[in-house]
Design a binder for this molecule. Sequence first.
Ligand SMILES: [Zn+2]
Length: 271
Amino acid sequence: MAIKIPPVSEIAKDTYVINEFGLTAMYLLVGSDRALLLDTGCGLTELPDLIANITDKPLMVALTHGHLDHVGGIGQFDRIHLHPADYEMAANCDFERLRGYVDSLGKMGSYDAFGISPDMVREPEKLPEMKPLHDGDRIDLGGRQIQVIHIPGHTPGGLCFLDESVRILFSGDACNTNLLAQNTPVSETQRALLYLQTFAGRYDRMWNGHVGYAGNFLTCCQPDSTLSDLLTICERILSGTAEPKEFPFLGRTLCAYEYGVARMSYDPENL
Ligand SMILES: [Zn+2]
């Protein structure tokens, strides 16, 4: 029988990854006073029901960024927290495009693995209240503090969340092995990733916004060298020593360059 509830794994004490059918990953962090949900996925999941099976603590919802595959479920909540630079993106989610995203990953394997369809994406009747999160903010869950780190590049308002109690950095899409940063100058992405590197001694594992991609059930953190490989990529692009591949993207010509475990897509006219 097809799986209709997203697989949930406990990746550290009171720390859960919700694999939304190979489409995106969400995280639930439970403290002694309240719980924090990072991202809301594509909106295929009744998140309040799912979370109620794990914890009855009051819930705060925060977003790593405003892209459609992370904001699809925001209508299920009264209030969400994110960086103000991504407010507009989150408020104007194109649900038809989101259905197209679900369908493309569905055809890549999620339809074989899970009982899902694009019709499960529901447009919210009302938007939640949006509250700001900024670099340096601390979220106190009771017995665990989460530090907010602003990492622009993938989107202007990209946020990472550092939880030193379990030594995990939740990087969203701001730092992963396939970094899409085509709307940001490479020098700005580099500056943000160098800033992220200053936190290196404070976590052991980095989990990003997509695990178990499409029909692949694999749920694991990213390779340790992801950030340093991305920094090598930025350095080589900016010094002119990279040999990137060009590819067409929505009427533009973008470049992609790979090093180690990582790949970055960028606009060669916007270094
Ligand atoms: Zn994204």
